[in-house]
Design a protein around this ligand. Sequence first.
Ligand SMILES: Cc1cc2nc3c(=O)[nH]c(=O)nc-3n(C[C@H](O)[C@H](O)[C@H](O)COP(=O)(O)OP(=O)(O)OC[C@H]3O[C@@H](n4cnc5c(N)ncnc54)[C@H](O)[C@@H]3O)c2cc1C
Length: 469
Amino acid sequence: MTPVTTAEVCVIGGGPAGSAFATRLARLGHDVVLIERSAFPRPRIGEAMAPSIWTILDLLEVRDEVAAAGFARVEKSILRWAGGADEDVSLPPGRFGLMVDRGRFDALLLDTARKAGVRVLQPARAKAPRVRSGGWVVPVESGEGASLIEARFLVDAAGRYSNIRRTEPLLGPMTVALSGHWRDTPLVPGHNRIEAGQDCWYWGAPRPDGAFCAMIFVDADQCRGRRRPDIEADYRNRLSESRLLQDCLRGALEGGVRLHDATPHQTNACVTETSVKVGEASFSLDPLSSQGVQAAMNSGLQAAVVVHTILTRPEHASAAMAFYRDAQADTVARHRAASARHYAAVASTTSTAFWCERAAKLDVSSASMPMAQLRAFAGKARLSGEVRIADVPIIERDHIMLRKGLHHPALGRPFAYLDGVAVETLLERVASSNSLDELGRELARVTTRERGQRMVSWLVGRRILVSAE
Ligand SMILES: Cc1cc2nc3c(=O)[nH]c(=O)nc-3n(C[C@H](O)[C@H](O)[C@H](O)COP(=O)(O)OP(=O)(O)OC[C@H]3O[C@@H](n4cnc5c(N)ncnc54)[C@H](O)[C@@H]3O)c2cc1C
């Protein structure tokens, strides 16, 4: 007889997304089992964290543990991008990113989940889950043999490639990262190096184990059908052409060149009434942003509130699912646009296929207007005829709720709050103000002067507010 474990929620995958999800959901009072196939610590790609990671770590209440783990701080990057000159980009005092050892970082997050009450099966491998009435059955293989987990809700946090689902659609030209770890290089620790090449881009940073990691992002066609020794020769050749990373070649390459798929992708179906995909099971970003891990954790935190809503307030399940779909689409769209702008900057001077295919045309129509330009528009303002007010799902504390939202064609998605001000308040102030200046002052009473002005500028810039005259 195969042993059966029952749980309310079963999570497959104990990477950053799975751990963040499981921790938050367990803290919301749910019974969670998590299956992780590898024993930790295990190596993983994606070790540079932008400073905004701290916001996510705060939400998960692990700032102190991560700060005490002794990961290297990153306060400066050396950039050689469009224009070809070296640029030192230093963060403001007190702000810093991290270069972590993903083995230890992921283990720390999974321990946090355990402490929150999550039952962790590790190492244990999940096989393809099956639907059954009222939930899911997940076959599991571990050192103790085969077992089954029966759960009401299933969470796929198994990362980009997994035996439990098929490959998902790509969002751009196929890109491969050629990665090598170098010992005994003269490269100075403490900062990242990012450089645009002719038909590739470079990223390098010192690793916590003392080696220097040098990655080169190339079109997948450059690797297709080629033998390993040829790929390694190409990698070395490209490094020799890099101003910022060529000093790697004065050290020794450890363990050969590794290849990683770095093509952004997005799933077609990220949530149903009994399942959700989080982290790279749902989408992957262009590594140019160095924000894959925090985006994965953020999707886990959002999904926990979505699942909590579905399980405890089924009448709001549709709103919760709509919220999650929109939030995922929004994250992907924002990062795609940002990456495409960086590619476009290089494509304007280096018109090789690599840069042109990844570049975007800039859309300046949605930019905010400076206040000086707004003076010309001095009279009373009204909402554009294209504005529609209708409910939107938002996170409010631990649930997804419906709130009055402002919809307009210039917005990727509607908003219920603008800079912390509710749409209802905004509508009242627009109706009662006789000029944009007065509207700015009125909004300043519920927020700050600077924010009030910024909101007016933003609304006019998107033609959500138009002249009433
Ligand atoms: C070349 C490259 C460079 C990158 N650089 C950065 C960077 O500098 N900074 C950054 O923030 N991000 C970076 N990323 C992205 C980052 O690696 C991912 O965003 C992040 O790892 C996603 O976390 P996750 O939890 O969704 O998935 P994963 O980290 O992949 O975790 C998934 C987990 O699921 C487990 N699993 C899979 N299948 C099963 C199964 N059947 N049963 C049980 N367990 C299973 C795996 O063992 C794994 O532990 C990079 C990505 C690439 C490709």
